[in-house]
Ligand binder design. Structure first.
Ligand code: PEP
Ligand code: MG
Length: 572
């Protein structure tokens, strides 16, 4: 039997099911020992919980990393939320025992979070359920589920993978994870990836379907699992597993190497990140710098603008983490599909052609100033920060932003605050206007970074998020490729660096074209760094140029894609 779910963590795991069923605790208000006593028990329970969680977080920090530890530490903050606490105490006031108070309040919060559309909110439901289970285990004096002694080749089957479960997990005995709940960006997925275990999440009813000890194959790359596979299928998957392991091993060789093509020419592969924490993942994956920090994520998931200090802390954290390597910070790219409710930008007929990115910032200079000051100040730490302006369509926009930057520098000078006087200011080339004006913009900007995600949608007039026009959205379209080529050529002629931070930078078949045109900086999601470095290393400039000549002589996107795919196949 084959079941499908969300491909949350890459790889293939083969083993036997170990089903984690939720522990049920029995308690009743009949055990109520008086208001004061129950409140005392609750307080003691919370104190033990806090103590235990800190220890678990320390353990997970060592085994998985900062991000995973922070998820657990977040549980302490949640449980200490004054509102949640007072609701538990109020429950006790009405004659309920501490366990019932915890159960009632946590269940209410978990249900409330689970009902929200937002993925991040739904993650909180999982966190609250984890808090509830552990706090109830403490209050009932029961040991939590022991995952430290699992048999070899266990496939963990659970309602959800909770942060506390992952700490106890002996990963060498676990071959995969299969759960009922959790999305691609859920905490369960982050944790599974942190543990480097294949995982398929969101398989409805799987804890009921699978029998304890049943044979299982979990394909975390494809997002499917096979229950009770026959020997032939198992053998096939073992082969696949071996191949994937081999590929991974080969890639790890590239982690600490500089990026070079087969002729020995140097390139750089940077990371795209959305938060300071992702810088850690970038470094672990061998990033030579940060080519795009999408700062809009600092503005999301909150109810008011982040202050200069908050922004400074975030940029400084990345700067320190990257230890002098280049970090490109993109100023707020709001609008389009990136909505920030508290900015009240109003509804627009065509948000992608509307009030977004640099347009919004230049008409809210007070807000823009805060971000520019924070970046300038964080730039003083290693002098390695660069400012990148998104969605540029004219020379005036660059001039206006740079004038504001000078105002900020003057202010900081007067205030006696340290900042980077020589910070470079580049632009995203992601609009047709920026391609057509590339020569002129290169005189105003210190560098270019090609945003192929937007450039493709604007050149082809095909919304990047609309499935109905997905067939038109094509990075191999000759118009898009000519646009990219023109931008690279203009930058080279002007002697300014040019990078690419759109998804095309990680597209294997396009690499020979980029190399032929002289692109030297690629910025990709952290997991694409090593594959991109490997791909670049396999090309000689002469071969790349020959492939480019042939490809650019073709007149359709399908023709170009087909030809380049064939070239890659022949080289395997
Ligand atoms: C792009 O447009 O290619 C880009 C990198 O920016 P974003 O995906 O954030 O719009
Ligand atoms: Mg963009």
């Amino acid at each position: 039997m084959v079941v499908r779910g969300i491909a949350a963590s890459d790889g293939i795991g083969i083993g036997k099911a170990v089903c984690i069923r939720e522990e049920t605790y029995t308690f009743s208000d009949a055990q109520f020992a008086g208001k004061e006593k129950e409140k005392e028990r609750l307080e003691e329970g919370i104190a033990s919980f806090t103590e235990e969680t800190k220890k678990l977080a320390e353990k997970i920090r060592k085994s998985s990393g900062e991000k995973e530890a922070d998820i657990l530490l977040g549980h302490i903050t949640m449980l200490h939320d004054p509102f949640m606490l007072s609701q538990m105490q109020e429950n006790i006031e009405t004659g309920r025992c501490a366990e019932n108070a915890v159960d009632a309040v946590c269940t209410m919060y978990a249900d409330m979070f689970a009902a929200v559309e937002d993925e991040l909110m739904r993650q909180r439901a999982a966190d609250v359920r984890d808090i509830k289970a552990r706090l109830l285990a403490i209050l009932s004096g029961k040991a939590p589920i022991d995952l430290s002694r699992l048999p070899k080749d266990s496939v963990l089957v659970a309602k959800e993978l909770t942060p506390s479960m992952t700490v106890e997990l002996q990963t060498e005995n676990v071959s995969a994870i299969l759960t009922e709940q959790g999305g691609k960006t859920s905490h369960s997925a982050i944790l599974a990836r942190g543990l480097e275990l294949p995982a398929v999440l969101g398989v409805a009813g799987i804890t009921e379907t699978v029998k304890e000890g049943e044979g299982l194959i979990v394909d975390g790359t494809e997002g499917m699992a096979i229950l009770s596979p026959d020997t032939k299928t198992t053998a096939q998957y073992r082969k696949k597993q071996e191949k994937a392991r081999e590929e991974k091993k080969q890639l790890s060789v590239y982690r600490d190497r500089p990026t070079k093509d087969a002729d020995g020419q140097r390139y750089e592969v940077f990371a795209n990140i959305g938060s300071p924490k992702e810088a850690e993942q970038a470094v672990q994956n061998g990033a030579e710098g940060i080519g795009l920090f999408r700062t809009e994520f600092l503005f999301m998931d909150r109810s008011s603008l982040p202050s200069e200090e908050e922004q400074y802390d975030a940029y400084a954290e990345v700067a320190r983490y990257m230890k002098g390597k280049k970090v490109v910070i993109r100023t707020l790219d709001v609008g389009g599909d990136k909505e920030i409710p508290y900015l009240s930008m109003g509804k627009e007929e065509n948000p992608f052609l509307g009030y977004r990115a640099i347009r919004y910032c230049l008409s809210h200079k007070e807000q823009f100033r805060v971000q520019l000051r924070a970046i300038l100040r964080a730039g003083a730490i290693h002098g390695n920060l660069c400012i990148m302006l998104p969605f540029i369509t004219s020379v005036e926009e660059i001039r206006e932003a740079k004038a504001l930057l000078e105002v900020c520098k003057k202010e900081l000078r007067n205030e006696g605050k340290a900042f980077d006087e020589k910070i470079s200011v580049g632009i995203m080339t992601e609009t047709p206007a920026s391609v057509l004006l590339a020569e002129l913009l290169a005189k105003e900007a210190d560098f270019f970074s090609i945003g192929t995600n937007d450039l493709t949608q604007y050149i082809l007039a095909a919304d990047r998020g609309n499935p109905k026009v997905e067939y038109l959205y094509d990075e191999c379209h000759p118009a898009v490729l000519r646009g990219i080529q023109k931008v690279i050529e203009a930058a080279k002629k002007a002697g300014i660096p040019v990078a690419m931070c759109g998804a095309a930078a990680a597209e294997a078949k396009l690499i020979p074209l980029f190399l032929a045109w002289g692109l030297e900086e690629f910025s990709v999601t952290p997991s694409d760094i090593l594959p991109t470095r490997k791909r670049i290393s396999s090309w000689r400039k002469s071969d790349a140029k020959a492939a480019e000549k042939e490809a650019m002589g073709l007149s359709t996107g399908a023709g170009i894609a087909g030809y380049l795919t064939g070239v890659l196949k022949n080289r395997e």
